[in-house]
Design a protein around this ligand. Structure first.
Ligand code: AMP
Ligand code: MG
Length: 322
């Protein structure tokens, strides 16, 4: 059983396992990550294998601090500003990679850019400091499935594949990081996530375009956001979005004080309608409702403001045809 408490001894042993090319699952403030030495192609290949992740879907390199990130990628002034303001935290920056950065091509899937983040979680920070290597870490779930927000979710999906699963309790945000392509002055959001886009816009003093708005009108080219697959974050049961009524056999994922009457399994993401709380509860609620084997999970409408943008993104992908 790889599930252990994140004691200093266990963190040291997990760091050693990482340095030896093994996989370690660890908590971050977003979701649990499945880590491997980002400079070791064989270790990184194991991550893709364990998750069943498509090989064209690049990984995020996690590092202890901005100085470590600067050894991997070039930071133009606006990217520096974002890192100073939000790291450690749930913001991933896609930047041009330094040829001397030692990051495996398996992490970047051969792109000229690399995604980097400094996570804000005491266990993740201690692990990164002890291992003293960049750690490539996607969410610690089977590819396409709901992301893990508890150590037990990781074990349910991956079993004994990680050498260690460091149990840090429930993750604070419960949604993946916000991803910004900051390689050019015209910053583009590639993925909505735990960091509210408005906060980053305030720091930059400009509006940040969403990937969908950044399509080049001349060529029709979209910004590169590989891995943002239509079907993802999917529980076993189908999701029915914007539900205002209930059908027989359905489970209900509710939000706010006005919930339709329902005899079946029901979870309210936030009885007060708080979207940050709803985001933190989303993935665990999907797993729990799924476990009741409903005909479908009916999801009440979620406002598309603030963190609601990231919640709706995950729900749309969860509901997409598989
Ligand atoms: P995950 O590890 O599952 O949270 O996903 C990481 C996501 O980061 C990928 O699916 C990509 O969409 C994005 N990403 C990682 N590296 C790059 C990159 N070099 N360029 C653009 N997007 C990236
Ligand atoms: Mg993932």
């Amino acid at each position: 059983m790889p599930l252990v408490k994140p004691t200093p001894e266990n963190i040291a042993a997990a760091a050693e396992a990482l340095r030896l090319g093994e996989l370690v699952a660890f908590p971050t403030e977003t979701v649990y990550g499945l880590g491997a030495d980002a400079t070791n192609s064989r270790a990184v290949a194991r991550v893709f294998e364990a998750k069943g992740r498509p090989r064209f879907n690049p990984l995020i390199a996690h590092v202890a601090d901005l100085a470590s990130a600067e050894r991997i990628a070039y930071f133009p002034p606006h990217a520096h500003k974002l890192a100073e303001a939000f790291w450690p935290g749930p913001l991933t920056l896609v930047l041009r990679r330094r040829p001397t950065g030692k990051i495996s091509d398996f992490v970047t899937v051969g792109l000229e850019t690399v995604a980097v983040r400094v996570p804000a979680h005491p266990v993740a920070s201690a692990l990164l400091a002890a291992a003293a290597i960049p750690i490539a870490a996607p969410s610690a779930n089977r590819s396409g499935h709901v992301s893990p927000t508890l150590a037990s979710h990781v074990y349910d999906d991956l079993g004994d594949l990680p050498a260690f699963i460091l149990d840090g309790g429930p993750t604070a945000h419960g949604l993946e990081s916000t991803i910004l392509d900051a390689s050019e002055p015209d910053v583009v959001q590639l993925r909505a996530g735990a960091l509210d886009l408005e906060a980053t816009e305030r720091v930059l003093g400009t509006r940040i375009r969403r990937a969908a708005e950044a399509v080049d009108p001349a060529t029709g080219e979209r910004p590169i956001a590989p891995g943002q697959l239509a079907s993802h974050y999917a529980p076993g049961a189908p999701l029915r979005l914007d539900a205002t009524d209930l059908r027989p056999g359905e489970a209900l994922l509710a939000l706010g004080p006005d919930v339709p009457r329902h005899a079946g399994p029901t979870i309210n993401l936030s009885p007060t309608g708080d979207l940050v709380e709803a985001g933190a509860n989303l993935f665990a609620a999907l797993r729990a409702l799924d476990a009741a084997h409903p005909t479908a999970i009916a999801v009440m409408p979620i406002p598309d403001t603030g963190i609601g943008e990231a919640i709706n993104d995950r729900l749309r992908r969860g509901a997409a045809p598989r």
